[in-house]
Write a protein that binds this ligand. Structure first.
Ligand SMILES: CC(C)(COP(=O)(O)OP(=O)(O)OC[C@H]1O[C@@H](n2cnc3c(N)ncnc32)[C@H](O)[C@@H]1OP(=O)(O)O)[C@@H](O)C(=O)NCCC(=O)NCCS
Length: 313
């Protein structure tokens, strides 16, 4: 079975920047409380013209432009999201329509909450292998601001909106592997269609405990499949929920903190968008060299977890 390599990245950031001080005007909180517990200073919220769809489409357009491939060669479109504009059509089908992407290909959404982008990569890999497609478009996009209870200070300060996208190529020689799992649980809960208010509810302490276990577990499980140590990895890109979760893992693994990318200070937790947003940001800063080994780790609602080894061409 062919693996995947990243050909290009793209991102879309909403226009409304919201600082912790801005939120302190809405709920009883302050920058010091939020920053010391989460590492978050600010996040972006969509304005009235923006949505998960506009962000996903913009990020995908940029990833396609940056790839240099012909968009007609895209063999599969996967969006990871829990906040698509519609329950149906899927976000993927809407991006397909907005960008006039090919029609005779698999097009679907994946919901694995904050692990969704890594689940999406693995679904894309399966689809490309099954259909002998060459390139896949994988997007992580969220407009979490529309499901935030702005009276609940324990959740509304944590999340933000954004989108990231990658073009991947299925290749026999790719340095790629992936581990996926889930525990089953409602510790992060958003009601379904027609069910009461659709706000993010969360047991923060339980989620924190889950996350600090999940992160090293993903690495351990990948090491059961592939021979590597963290010394072999150029960048570790974890889901950007909370800097304390990543710091905890760095300490537990006695790892080099410089390998762990963090950008939650200016994006907050953007769920499925956080890993592709980080990839795109690092790419823009020329931090990723061709052939660099990347270790991606997701964890979140579900309770899902995922680890991926991949390179960028
Ligand atoms: C959410 C989180 C930051 C809360 O931190 P915590 O230290 O567990 O805080 P607690 O929930 O114990 O609350 C401590 C106090 O701060 C208060 N508090 C909660 N949110 C607050 C806010 N935004 N500003 C100020 N005070 C706040 C609480 O009401 C509580 O007050 P009390 O002691 O008077 O009852 C932390 O649990 C966490 O990071 N969890 C993981 C969340 C996460 O990353 N989720 C996504 C994973 S994908």
């Amino acid at each position: 079975m062919k693996g995947l390599k990243i050909i290009s990245t793209g991102s879309a950031i909403p226009s409304r920047n919201v600082t912790n001080d801005d939120l302190a005007q809405v709920v009883e909180t302050n920058d010091e409380w939020i920053f010391t517990r989460t590492g978050i200073h600010s996040r972006y919220f969509c304005n009235e013209e923006e949505s998960t769809l506009t962000l996903a489409t913009d990020a995908a357009r940029k990833a396609i432009e940056n790839s240099g491939i012909n968009k007609d060669d895209i063999g599969c479109i996967i969006c990871a999201t829990l906040s698509g504009d519609y329950a149906s059509p899927s976000l993927s089908c809407m991006v397909q329509a907005c960008l006039s992407l090919p029609q005779d290909i698999p097009v679907l959404d994946v919901n694995a909450a904050c692990s969704g982008f890594l689940y999406g990569l693995e679904v894309c890999r399966g689809m490309l292998n099954a259909t002998e497609g060459k390139y896949g478009l994988v997007i992580g996009a969220e407009q979490l601001s529309r499901i935030l209870d702005m009276q609940d200070r324990s959740t509304c300060v944590l999340f933000g909106d954004g989108a990231g996208a990658v073009i991947v190529e299925a290749a026999q020689d790719a340095y790629y592997d992936s581990v996926l799992g889930a525990k089953g649980g409602k510790q992060i809960l958003i009601n379904g269609i027609g069910n009461k208010a659709q706000y993010i509810e969360m047991d923060g302490k339980e989620v924190f405990k889950f996350a600090v276990d999940a992160l090293p577990k993903c690495i351990r499980k990948l090491q059961e499949k592939q021979t590597f140590t963290l010394d072999d990895i150029d960048h570790v890109i974890c889901h950007q929920a909370n800097s304390r979760i990543i710091d905890h893992c760095i300490k537990k693994l006695k790892a080099d903190p410089d390998k762990f990318y963090k950008n939650m200070d200016h994006f907050g937790n953007t769920s499925a968008a956080s890993i592709p947003l980080a990839l795109a940001e690092m790419d823009e800063k020329n931090m990723i060299k061709s052939g660099d080994k990347l270790l991606l780790i997701g964890f979140g609602g579900g309770l899902t977890w995922a680890g991926t080894l991949i390179t960028k061409e």
